[in-house]
Design a protein around this ligand. Structure first.
Ligand code: GAL
Length: 659
């Protein structure tokens, strides 16, 4: 039986006598998978080299007797106290030189070779013990790489690994000096060993060094994952291997992290985290996170942690309204989740996450959340079977780049400029127009798409330039935005010509001046109407480009803000600012027209439309993210599969269209 729904289960938090009840209740609600053991190192190896899998065997077997399969997590995010006592050097050191202590989780350095010996031992023991267990189907590596990894680790092992990484990249120190521009402030190095990790200094570090540090750190995490994958692949050849990603987290290049996994999993918490100033993430942001996850391998995915109740550690989120849990699960499925595992089965009575609620409350008695999700599972499983392997059929792609994000984190220009937020403004406008969007990286063939948007493409390589050029010449529509082509890949400003450098050939523009909009916004005239824009204005001189919008204030009133140029068979668009929501919606409507993009249909504000496309049919999910009844004017060829045109608060409808 295909795994469709599951729960993150921690049997070690409850008496053994309760496990059978849990398994029965899970099976009665339609769950057929659990993820276990990702934080249970000390239970499996209570002292060094002494393994105890008896408790886990029992749990797996009880669950297995209810046809519930097990995904095991490698427990490497929680090294036990005995291990830290024995090898304190594995604790990570932050940028102020302080050793982060035992007590939370992820208190480990990822380059440390002693730690590798310890994790090698526990993973190998688990793999050998579970290779032939009929109920174990796969593995999750560690837990949420990047979570807790900011600002660590600056230990001597990481420093040496950074030097090795730099040596491989630059080969000799003079090349590094030249490419980083270390002559500035007398930072020239005479050997690699002199290069620091970016610890706290009196002033800011060299931006080229900071970018390489972020790249190194990301590569280290990918390599740390690979170390674990290699052990598992050697022993458990029939099991799948995945990892739980975190949407728009920025520490690791997720495209690289995804490469060696069988599929990507994601943790979706619509109410976010306790320190989130917003009580709820915008529906378009939830949708974008799911689309990014699908884009990492251009493949459907699992949700490994789906919000199952109110969230919070010290401070709580709101309580999901009746119907919201169902809505969010359906949204995940609509965007490509082929299995959904809820975090967590039962709310824990102790430890840091006492208020991060599971399907069951502390009491363990099934309540409204259990019932709502049980009904959701019953209605979704047949549909999931029907849409297995479906795609989005998107005609628009956003080129998403971790390196651009990192470079702009190092120098955001405007205090509020944020790569992800800027990118998501484009995404949100397509979301409002009901036009599906894929996220891609540069390895994907652009020609599959009518329109490619590459927001804030700040660092430019000649390979990227050629890829852009080929795409446009062959008929593609490429949209570039403010601060494109400013730097080379070493984070050094281009000097050989006016901005946006070589890419100006494709865009038919030059940018000789710009203005950072501190504490103000700016007027823009677009198609005869007044709008506002924020943060930054590239003041554009059109060479061959046609001006589509102009600024309306200050010394550059009347100068170009948005342009378009026909090149080869295609077109290149440039948006030299960050449009506000209203202007963005208008730009996207214009793009839909000029690029001849098809929208899924129309729906009231707050109702999301998502498409899954199979060979024979399109499945349209209508998701009401509002707390009000909404009416959908579904076209005649949309055959209702679930509910229909009248949508209850937080309700959903599904339609099928024959192709
Ligand atoms: C996730 C994490 C889980 C749990 C959950 C609630 O980020 O993977 O282990 O901690 O958050 O805080």
């Amino acid at each position: 039986m295909k795994i469709r729904f599951g729960a993150d289960y921690y049997p070690e938090h409850w008496p053994y006598t309760r496990w059978e009840t849990d398994a029965r209740l899970m099976s009665e609600m339609g769950l057929n998978a659990v993820r276990m053991a990702e934080f249970s190192w000390v239970k499996m190896e209570p002292t060094i080299g002494v393994f105890d899998f008896e408790w886990l065997d029992r749990a797996i077997s009880i669950l297995g007797s209810y046809n519930i399969k097990t995904v095991l997590g490698t427990p490497t995010a929680t090294p036990p106290a005995w291990l830290i006592e024995q090898s304190p050097e594995i604790l990570p050191i932050d940028s102020s030189g302080i050793t982060r202590g035992f007590g939370g989780r992820h208190h480990n350095c990822q380059s440390n070779q002693t730690y590798r010996i310890h994790i090698g031992r526990i993973i190998e023991a688990m793999a050998k013990h579970y290779v032939d267990n009929p109920h174990v189907v796969g593995w999750q590596i560690d837990n949420e790489f990047g979570n807790s990894h900011e600002d660590v680790c600056h230990c001597s092992s990481c420093k040496a690994a950074f030097h090795q990484w730099l040596l491989r990249k630059y080969v000799d120190i003079n090349s590094l000096n030249a490419q980083w521009g270390t002559v500035f402030w007398s930072q020239t190095y005479s050997n690699f060993e002199q290069i620091p990790t970016p610890k706290i200094t009196l002033n800011a570090h060299n931006p080229s060094m900071l970018l390489d540090w972020k790249r190194f750190h990301s590569d280290l995490i990918v390599e740390f994952q690979q170390f674990q994958i290699d052990i598992l692949r050697r022993i458990c050849t029939k099991h799948f291997i995945t990892h739980n990603f975190m949407g728009f987290s920025d520490i690791v290049d997720y495209f690289k992290l995804a490469e060696c996994l069988d599929f990507v999993s994601h943790d979706q918490y619509p109410m976010g985290f306790f320190d989130n100033p917003q009580p709820m993430k915008q529906p378009s942001k939830l949708a974008a996170a799911l689309d990014l996850i699908r884009g990492l391998k251009q493949k459907n995915f699992w949700i490994m942690e789906q919000q199952a109740g109110p969230t919070g550690w010290q401070i709580l989120s709101r309580t999901p309204r009746p119907g919201q849990l169902r809505l969010w699960v359906t949204q995940a499925v609509a965007h490509g989740a082929e299995a959904v595992v809820f975090f967590r089965w039962r709310t824990c009575s102790f430890g840091t996450e006492q208020y991060w609620h599971g399907i069951l409350p502390h009491s363990g008695n099934p309540g409204e959340r259990y019932n709502e999700l049980k009904e959701t599972i019953t209605e979704l499983v047949p549909l999931m079977n029907e849409i297995e392997g479906a795609s989005s059929g998107a005609e628009v792609a956003i080129l998403y780049s971790y390196e651009q994000n990192w470079a702009l984190e190092i120098q955001p220009h405007h205090p509020d400029l944020d790569y992800v937020e800027h990118t998501l403004k484009y995404y949100a406008a397509f979301f409002n127009t009901k036009v599906p969007v894929d996220f891609i990286n540069a390895s994907v063939d652009f020609s599959k798409y009518k329109l490619v948007i590459a927001p804030l493409h700040f660092l430019m390589s000649s390979e990227m330039y050629m890829q852009f050029e080929n795409y446009i010449r062959q008929g593609g529509h490429l949209l570039l935005t403010m601060r494109t082509g400013v730097k080379n890949m070493e984070n050094v400003c281009m000097t050989d010509r006016e901005l946006p450098g070589e890419v100006g050939n494709l865009l038919g523009i030059e940018i000789k001046d710009y203005d950072c909009l501190r504490e103000m916004d700016m007027g823009v005239m677009f198609h005869g109407k007044h709008y506002r824009c924020n943060k930054w204005c590239d003041i554009i001189t059109p060479i061959t480009a046609k001006v589509v919008a102009t600024y309306t204030e200050d010394y550059y009133a009347g100068m170009a803000a948005i342009t378009v140029t026909a090149t080869g068979k295609g077109k290149a668009y440039y948006v030299g600012t960050e449009p506000d929501g209203e202007l963005m919606d208008e730009i996207v409507k214009w793009l839909v027209e000029t690029c001849e993009l098809s929208s899924i249909g129309s729906a009231p504000i707050g109702v999301e439309l998502v498409r899954r496309r199979t060979d024979k049919s399109d499945f349209i999910f209508a998701l009401n993210h509002t707390g009000k009844v909404q009416t959908l004017n579904a076209p005649e060829d949309w055959q209702p599969m679930k509910c229909g045109s009248e949508m209850e608060p937080y309700g959903m409808s599904v339609f099928k269209i024959k192709r």
